[in-house]
Ligand binder design. Structure first.
Ligand code: ATP
Ligand code: MG
Length: 438
């Protein structure tokens, strides 16, 4: 992609009411635009990141047997009345409105009320189970405080997966499978997530949240100093622990009386209070919704039994915002390679014809080799400004072509996350950047 043709430009000023790091950086670098509090447009750069996150999630959902579908965002009131969620607690977050003939509708903030009656149309026997269906779709929530950029939207993309089972053991097993898939997803997105027990709703003691530790988080997690994941994330804790008898205790503060410094109920080590962002949540719903919609299936003996359900969510925008919160420095974003909008930012530093020609040749060779390149071919912009913009945008590898480098038949490669540049001969550039030569 030629940067001179890129729709968005970096911007100096961000809206005064925007205080979160993720929103400031994403707005300044031209990844998103703010329409109103909690509602953002994804510009070409931002959409590339979002699509990569989507791809990772889709791959892992398909791998565990999930089937993708797409449900409507606009729902009839009647479905929500069946579960009692048209009024409290749905009313708190649900956008509700009237259409023609006084019909009432709501915008989906979750989809149990739609998926359960849908499944009832196709699933009648134990032979049709288990089944796991997911979608990646916009959710709408009238959040009271939408001040954290992409972390808390009023319109946001969610991947929501729903599973249906006959036996509880089967639900339990699939729940663990999803939990492992979630770990893999967050790892691939460059997010170190802690698995945390949280409130489970009516039918089970706990749900599990995937929490990314960062001061930008709105949640507080009480975590054992010896927690396996915490030790992997927190260097200080790793230094103190023997790495033996690792623990798995972590709970959302909402469900515990534990205080920081208190004893872990599992192993007695001190408990820490850490700020965190909930990027994913998995729930056993059991028969809560199958009962409301009478989703019953015939078991092997011909008897009707209510299907058991699980639901599993990940916020894509929130994941993107979290990545920025944990991967940035004072100069800008530092995208992990797996989700970066481009793999390489090629920058032609001067407008000298030889520099331009060499850069153009590299651009074409890299593209041909399948490397995703953003080529800063802009004119009348100072070298300093170009480098500042490249730091802000945060593409993992920057390739600089200048009069000096061309003189030495080379280009300078600098990783965004590192400080020392590397000099590459022009003929070695494509290979060094992982392009395939055939
Ligand atoms: P929170 O407690 O942060 O309001 P929640 O527990 O209500 O979130 P869930 O219903 O569990 O959220 O939604 C599943 C996932 O969707 C969350 O783990 C999060 O990643 C994402 N999500 C929820 N609300 C929002 C939002 N307002 N903006 C962006 N992502 C969200
Ligand atoms: Mg949640």
């Amino acid at each position: 992609m030629l940067q001179s043709k890129l729709f968005s430009k970096t911007v100096r000023e961000v809206p005064a009411d925007e205080s979160s790091v993720n929103a400031k950086l994403l707005l300044r670098a031209g990844f998103v635009d703010k329409l109103m509090a909690g509602v953002y447009s994804f510009l070409p750069l931002g959409l590339r990141v979002l699509k990569k996150i989507e791809c990772v999630i889709r791959e892992e959902m398909d791998r565990i047997g999930g089937q993708e579908l797409l449900l409507p965002a606009m729902h009839p009131k009647e479905n929500w009345e069946k579960t009692g969620r048209w009024k409290d607690p749905g009313r708190e977050v649900m956008f509700q409105f009237a259409g023609r003939g006084d019909r009432e509708y709501g915008l989906g903030w979750t989809h149990e009320e739609i998926i359960t009656p849908l499944v009832k149309k196709f699933v009648h026997s134990y032979k049709d189970l288990p089944i796991a269906l997911y979608q990646i779709q916009a959710k709408f929530r009238d959040e009271p405080r939408a001040k954290s950029g992409l972390l808390r939207g009023r319109e946001f993309l969610m991947k929501d997966l729903y599973s249906f089972h006959l036996e509880e053991s089967d639900l339990d097993e699939f729940y663990n499978t999803v939990s492992l898939a979630y770990r893999k997803i967050f790892e691939r997105l460059g997010l170190k997530a802690l698995v945390v027990e949280a409130s489970g709703g009516t039918f089970s003691k706990y749900s599990h949240e995937f929490q990314v530790l960062t001061p930008a988080g709105e949640d507080i997690v009480m975590v054992c100093e010896n927690n396996r994941d915490f030790v992997a994330i927190n260097k200080e804790s790793a230094r103190k622990t023997s790495l033996k008898n690792l623990c798995d205790f972590a709970q959302n503060r909402e469900i515990t009386d534990l205080e920081a410094g208190g004893k872990c109920p599992k192993c007695g080590k001190p408990v820490h209070a850490e700020r965190a962002i909930e990027v994913g949540n998995i729930f056993k719903l059991k028969t809560k919704y199958s009962q409301a919609f009478n989703l019953a299936v015939k078991d092997a003996g011909g008897k009707d039994r209510l299907a058991l359900m699980g639901c599993y969510g990940i916020g894509l925008g929130r994941a993107m915002g979290s990545i920025v919160e944990v991967h940035h420095d004072e100069r800008g974003i530092i995208w992990p390679e797996t989700v970066a909008p481009f793999g390489v930012h090629l920058v032609a530093l001067q407008e000298d014809i030889q520099v331009r020609n060499a850069a153009k040749k590299l651009y074409e060779a890299l593209q041909k080799a399948g490397v995703e390149v953003l080529y800063d071919d802009c004119e009348n912009i100072s070298a300093g400004e170009k480098l500042n913009d490249a730091d802000l945008i945060g593409i993992p590898a920057r390739l600089i072509v200048s009069e000096k480098s061309i003189g030495a038949d080379s280009a300078e490669l600098k990783k965004r996350a590192e400080n020392t540049p590397q000099i590459l001969k022009l003929k070695d550039v494509v290979k060094a950047l992982g392009g395939s030569m055939d």
